[in-house]
Design a protein around this ligand. Structure first.
Ligand code: PRX
Length: 658
């Protein structure tokens, strides 16, 4: 962010309101008193949650230790085991409850109870121990969305061996870098995985990565696709052979609350990924509490978090949160459009899904595909929806509520990060009056604020930097192996406050509106504008499916707004439509926000987790050489867009569709 003042001008107005349905207000797990209890004494509040929601071997007496700030610890004198909290303690009363309804992309299915899962985890943990994995050893997991990914994470946790899950869509180089950074000695992978009808060659990628990872002694291979694979004798072992005949009741290893549970890599502002370190007791407390409050998940629910377990959303809200709470989940291996574009809705109807949690990029894809696909299925079991990962445009929010939620399901727009471990800002289903596009308020026990460059709170209505003023239980403890970068990245801009790297504003009611990453903020004629507001205005137009907006250097105005727009399937773009879209944004937000150029394109450059790579669009807009493209999922689209943008520039009329 440039130094000429932190104010982000936020001009969009959204005045739709959705109070909680009365039945939900009456029965929801999260009661309004939680806010008061937390406000009275946040640390005592979290300590009560820790002892109430988890089973401890030694219960903690103290909450947060601030003596080495910003290296905070939580519940440090307690001991527990994460896998025992997710499994063992449920066996007596709910051992036969379904933990996961799993569905493979080709259509194969498994029903896995808590008892089954416990048994599988014990057997794998025993197998890993046989291979020499000990408490503290790091284990890499490189799998698709098969049940074994959950089993592998919990088996590591059972032994006190921190896992690092590498998303199955990552390349051999990315896998290698993470294994090396983390110093892993074992890897759990599969022959392959199914995604969009194609096989992902996991073992081949792993072999390529391991050629440069001499410390990995053991590779456990799940048989999923049955394809031919390479084999290294003495190193590789089949999963099904390893677990055969092992102890189905292996005792969990008690660990201190601050024992590392996992390391998960995420991209930062530089090319080198950051190894976010999460520990056990505080993290589990945070995910269990927030999963209960935000999703209201109880005994009668069928909950589906449609993220990949390879991202933090999967760690916290497919694995640790729901299992700690003993909830029934759905787990789906494949792509949403395979074999047809109604796959998700077919799954929802088959299992009677009551709670669905997914990302705005998925919702916008479904918008683009059209309402006929959800309309094919009975979605009346749904009662609550969630969104995560990006700001959700009000139109996508409304579409989600209307076409998936039948106009009756509240939408929880949850703000959090890999670093935060669990949701920090979100509505609560029985309490909050929802505003499409607003993540509402900090959860009980979370001290979020919006500040200026000097670290002063900005007045309501004004934008600034999102910070968290007090430590919280599930926070990252450091960047693995790089304490200095941890302090520098999150704690140095405003000493004593955690810098999230997002812009935000609070409206007159104090509700938070996320404005995108700080570096997504544009400055046009001295006015700061958030890319998301312009994008939302574009997506609000009936012809638009998806939009990405960047600030491009401009001699006169500092930055000019460059928009990239994907139209809905049945719309043909022309010059008249482009002018109409520019006018539409001007009407929605103000003339200052009228895009200088609009390029119509079939797709937008995205990361494998579905985030639009605005950085690349900025490079294209400014006619620069493209920066790092290693995390790009759809490479072809970039050259296509670059061609369109340069044709638009060359024609002298940048508003032209090509
Ligand atoms: O910019 C925010 C955006 O996603 C970033 C965190 O990304 P990641 O660590 O990959 O974790 C994603 C899943 C938690 C944040 O800095 N973000 C996440 N949720 C929201 C959001 N932006 C706006 N609204 C949200 N609900």
């Amino acid at each position: 962010m440039s130094s000429d003042g932190p104010t982000i001008e936020s001009l969009a107005v959204e005045d739709r309101r959705f109070p909680p349905p009365p039945e939900l207000a009456a029965t929801a797990i999260a009661r309004p008193e939680l806010y008061e209890e937390a406000a009275a004494d946040a640390e005592a509040f979290w300590l009560r949650r820790a002892t109430e929601l988890l089973d401890w071997v030694t219960p903690p007496a103290a909450a947060c230790d601030r003596s080495r700030a910003p290296f905070f610890t939580w519940f440090a004198d307690g001991t527990l085991n994460a896998s025992a909290n997710c499994l063992d303690r449920h066996l007596a009363e709910r051992g036969d409850r379904v933990a996961y309804h799993w569905e493979g992309e080709p259509g194969d299915r498994q029903t896995i109870t808590y008892r089954d899962l416990h048994e599988r985890v014990c057997r794998l943990a025993a197998g890993l121990r046989e291979l020499g994995v000990r408490r503290g050893d790091r284990v890499a997991i490189y799998l698709g969305m098969v049940p074994e990914i959950v089993v592998a994470m919990l088996a590591c946790a059972r032994l006190g061996a921190p896992h690092t899950v590498v998303f199955g869509g990552f390349s051999p180089e990315s896998l290698r870098d993470r294994i090396l950074d983390c110093g892993c000695t074992a890897l759990i992978t599969a022959d392959g995985g199914w995604r969009a009808g194609k096989e992902v060659p996991l073992k081949r990628n792993a072999d390529a990565a391991l050629a440069e990872c001499p410390d990995v002694r053991s590779v456990v291979v799940v048989r999923r696709t049955g394809s031919e694979i390479g084999w290294v004798d003495g190193r590789d072992v089949w999963y099904h052979e390893l677990v055969e005949g092992r102890d189905a009741d292996l005792a969990p290893e008690p660990v201190g609350a601050e024992h590392p549970l996992y390391i998960l890599y995420t991209s930062g502002s530089t090319g080198k990924p950051k190894g976010i370190l999460h520990t056990t007791g505080g993290y589990l407390t945070g995910v269990a509490a927030t999963h209960r409050w935000v999703f209201d998940a109880g005994d009668d629910d069928v909950y589906w978090c449609a993220a990949d377990a390879g991202w933090v959303t999967g760690h916290s809200y497919i694995v640790y949160g729901p299992l700690a709470n003993g909830v029934t989940s759905v787990l789906y291996e494949g792509a949403p459009g395979t074999p047809d574009r109604d796959r998700w809705w077919e799954i929802c109807a088959r299992y009677g899904v009551t709670i669905l949690y997914c990302a705005p990029t998925a919702i916008r894809t479904f918008m683009k595909w059209g309402t006929e696909y959800p309309a094919r299925h009975d979605l009346s079991s749904l009662r609550l929806l969630g969104s995560v990962g990006e700001p959700i445009n009000p139109e996508a929010w409304m579409w989600y509520r209307t076409h998936i939620g039948g106009g009756r399901c509240p939408v929880m727009d949850t703000w959090w990060q890999t670093e935060t471990g669990h949701i920090l800002i979100s509505p609560l289903p029985g309490i909050s009056t929802l505003k499409p596009g607003s993540a509402s308020r900090p959860l009980p026990g979370i001290a979020a604020d919006v500040v200026d460059a000097a670290g002063e709170s900005v007045p309501l209505g004004q934008g600034g930097f999102l910070v968290i003023r007090e430590p919280w239980p599930g926070m990252l403890r450091t960047l693995y192996g790089d304490d200095e970068r941890y302090v520098e990245t999150y704690w140095s801009q405003h000493p004593g406050m955690y810098l999230a790297g997002d812009g935000a504003r609070r409206d007159a009611d104090g509700d938070f509106w996320l404005l995108g990453r700080i570096d997504d903020v544009m400055n046009v004629s001295g006015h700061r504008l958030s890319t998301i507001e312009v994008e939302s205005a574009l997506v609000d137009h009936p012809a638009v499916a998806e939009a990405a907006v960047v600030g491009r250097a401009d001699e006169t105005t500092g930055q000019a707004i460059a928009a990239f727009v994907t139209l809905k399937g049945d719309v043909t773009g022309d010059e008249a439509l482009i002018q109409e879209l520019r006018g539409h944004v001007a009407t929605k937000i103000g003339a200052i926000a009228r895009p200088k150029s609009i390029v119509l394109t079939d797709d937008l450059p995205k990361t494998r987790s579905g985030k639009i790579m605005r950085r690349l669009l900025r490079d294209i807009s400014e006619n620069r050489q493209l920066g790092d493209v290693t995390t790009l999922a759809n490479e072809d689209v970039v050259s296509e867009i670059a061609g369109l943008a340069s044709a638009a520039r060359a024609s002298g009329d940048e508003d032209k569709a090509v």
